[in-house]
Design a protein around this ligand. Sequence first.
Ligand code: SAM
Length: 361
Amino acid sequence: MIAAVPPINGSDLQDTNEAGRQYLQSFLDGQPLLAALITVCRLRLPERLADSPATADELASWCTSTLNAPDLNAEYLERILRVAHAYGWVQCDQDLAYSLTEAGTLLVPDAPNSMVPAVITRSFELWRQAAASMYDTVVTGTPVALDDCPTLYDWLDRQPPTVRDTFDAFMASRSSLIAPAIADLDLSGKRSLIDLGGGKGILLATLLRKHPNLLGFLVERGRVAQAARDYLAQDPDLAGRHQVLERDLFRDGIPPRFKPVYVLSSVLHNLGDDQAVTLLERIAKTMRDTGDAELWVAECVRPERPEPHPSMPLDLLMLTLTYGGKERTVEELARLLHYAGLSLLDVRPLPAGQSLLIARI
Ligand SMILES: C[S@@+](CC[C@H](N)C(=O)[O-])C[C@H]1O[C@@H](n2cnc3c(N)ncnc32)[C@H](O)[C@@H]1O
């Protein structure tokens, strides 16, 4: 059913085999290349190269002292650099000095839209277990990597702050890719925005800055709620216009507000169908009580037909990291909304393969 390899016409079997072999080999190569990308970030090479170009020797001594790694192997480091050059993360000039490529600048931690949190998250034990246990997840029907942890977020709560902060930063970076496009939409008739499972508040802050008519509310679990409070407090222009509510979306009520837009960004894909409908029903109930309410759902929507798309690998992550979470098509999302008593009004494309679904009672 999935036709990602160019169709084979059978006229030159040997060439076709070679093309197919190379094609499949590229997936095998993905694993060591991802490990190299993670290593480049953990060695903080892009951070150093953002200052000025450096030779392999200079990078080795910088890593040795900065990472406090007296046994750092300079030859191994050079092999990592060779790969980084070959795949365009860094470039090496004639004087054998390395510098960042355009893509490499996204590997600098404080760069706008930095991908470092996304890369480092892939090195966490749960993500490695998730990839290693995909087979077991399929044959047992349970995400064995979670090891009876109720959710990915409970796993995160048990991790050291560096792990939790990196994941939150990863979510924030995904959010900042779509936030400006969502903020461009018409919100003139609305008075409040309630971001449910709103993470650190990147989307909420972006929308509040663009729409001074709005009051913002963010509902989150305890640890993330505090991170959101800290983040939102940094912008004096938002003072007095937002409130972070530490609540559980399934246990506590969905807060009613005046002329509200409820937002669910990358929340439904963590949930199986039954749980997703339960959550949507809870939101719909509050929307019915408040009137003139909309629900905006941002998700990495799966195309109707299987094709290479950001939703495909993300769906596999949901398969292995959640109980029943998945990337859904517009039709599948519309069906869940319908079961919850909501109607899909519109679908708007967003950057990074995401979409915004607008629903009403
Ligand atoms: C995939 S993240 C998305 C964060 C943010 N909406 C974004 O788009 O970047 C899902 C968020 O839902 C929050 N969450 C998960 N379960 C929750 C619950 N039961 N109650 C409140 N928040 C929850 C998590 O803490 C997490 O921040």
